[in-house]
Ligand binder design. Sequence first.
Ligand SMILES: CC(=O)SCCNC(=O)CCNC(=O)[C@H](O)C(C)(C)COP(=O)(O)OP(=O)(O)OC[C@H]1O[C@@H](n2cnc3c(N)ncnc32)[C@H](O)[C@@H]1OP(=O)(O)O
Ligand SMILES: O=CC(=O)O
Ligand SMILES: [Mg+2]
Length: 531
Amino acid sequence: MQQTSATIKILGEQNATTKDILTSDALQFIATLHQKFNERRLELLEARQQRQHELDHGGTLDFLEETAVVRAGDWTIAPLPEDLQDRRVEITGPVDRKMVINALNSGAKMFMACFEDATSPTWANMIEGQRNMRDAIAKTISFENPSNGKKYQLNEETATLLVRPRGLHMNEKHVEIDGDQVSGSFFDFGLYFFHNAKAALDVGTGPYFYLPKLESYLEARLWNDVFIFAQDALNIPQGTIKATVLIETIPAAFQMDEILYELRDHSAGLNCGRWDYIFSYIKRLRNKGDVILPDRGQVTMTSPFMKAYSTLCIKTCHKRNAPAMGGMAAQIPIKNDVEANEAAFQKVRDDKRREAMDGHDGTWVAHPDLVAVALEQFDEHMPTPNQIHKKREDVNVTSADLLEVPIGSITEDGLRVNCSVGVQYIASWLRGNGAAPINHLMEDAATAEISRTQIWQWIRHKDGKLIDGTDITVELFNEILIDELSKLEEAFGAEQYSASKVSEASEIFKNLILQDDFEEFLTTSSYKKLA
Ligand SMILES: CC(=O)SCCNC(=O)CCNC(=O)[C@H](O)C(C)(C)COP(=O)(O)OP(=O)(O)OC[C@H]1O[C@@H](n2cnc3c(N)ncnc32)[C@H](O)[C@@H]1OP(=O)(O)O
Ligand SMILES: O=CC(=O)O
Ligand SMILES: [Mg+2]
């Protein structure tokens, strides 16, 4: 590995695993990524704020004039390797050792291992996660649960691994290069790629990624340049990396063609990250007088703006011979209640059927028990490995369709759920768990972002009223939050409540909502509280 002149400081605790993962060559690789690309990353983050400023001052979102040639052009992405042809069911989950083994054994075609919204980015989680990825690619990963002695090892046949690094907005505070915190994206991508790219090729797969929260084609160009550099640095043929970009921000919905184009030699298509998309829609349009969303539970994939986005994604991808992956239904199994469990499974079944029939090439599930449910729908409605041949030329989506405000109502129950779930999720994240079952739904950072953003907006919007006409004020929010906290205290019991970090989380939640200066991400502002 080429040596840099960088000063590299590790501020996190060092132990046998960190030594194993943060080898001097691996650190040199990360430092080079930082030196070459960090300035551009910071400029692109600044450009997001400029766009926000324009939106706040009467601007709107539309398809870009500057890239009309790309949209009109006749190009396709490079052909995909064999193990990315059929992705009908992808399980997602944190990079926790036990869950990695369970996910790889789940029967899903693919496993998206998440260093992002399903993982609380403690130093231990991020480093352990890298060890787990390396052992997963080497097929040596095993685990014994100390609490019950249950042993875990890989089946003969396992899912193909895809890795989601943190978004461009996150830093890894435990590593400084030339005095600056390194980007979480470059740290997660760089370590995974450095340790596993060749090993993955040796076992017949490849270095495959999911890229979260992109807001523009220029961000896709940055990632593409990172890939080109990384492949050269490790003497791996150009085009080996394949990355699926999550279309999960409202600005990116207007640049799907452009994002595919930038990454065309490294693209494995797009995915509809529905939860972040809802968050981004509210966040970016939060200061517009005519945009307000109803209760979170009323915003679904059949809401016209969500339907428009997912069908546009399918049409755009298929025109470019790229897969268009569906998203995550939040339902998870409900133990000890057969009827409620069946109702939850039915919601997932309906969601997956709609996705398969619309033309998605595969979908996400949050739990191993849901793999069969999703498979059943895709097997029935997608008899071929994918349905890229269905071009969906009947789809015509305009900017107005993408921006259409969903109709519905805000209820006291919706406000209460946002308070309770938002606080419980942040508490879980502070305890080191980035994905949590709350009220029988999968909650992760993206879903918690919706909860706090909705309340922030409801308080400040002229139409922020409950269905009975009551104004949603700071006083009402405070009252309901206190009430929901007391319910949690009662449910947890005094001892568990004080260990749960709910109090600390409620302070974070309250501040996020009360401060006029909207925080871009709860995970960046709360990161200083994590070990
Ligand atoms: C908006 C987005 O970004 S979506 C993508 C990011 N979010 C996610 O990936 C969330 C994925 N899901 C999860 O993390 C989990 O399902 C949770 C946290 C919601 C619920 O997990 P649990 O409370 O452990 O569920 P449950 O008790 O039913 O699990 C039963 C078994 O399945 C395993 N399991 C559950 N979900 C998963 C998963 N996604 N991957 C692997 N194993 C899993 C559990 O580890 C447990 O294993 P064990 O019996 O060997 O101990
Ligand atoms: O990452 C997925 C999402 O829905 O957000
Ligand atoms: Mg997301």
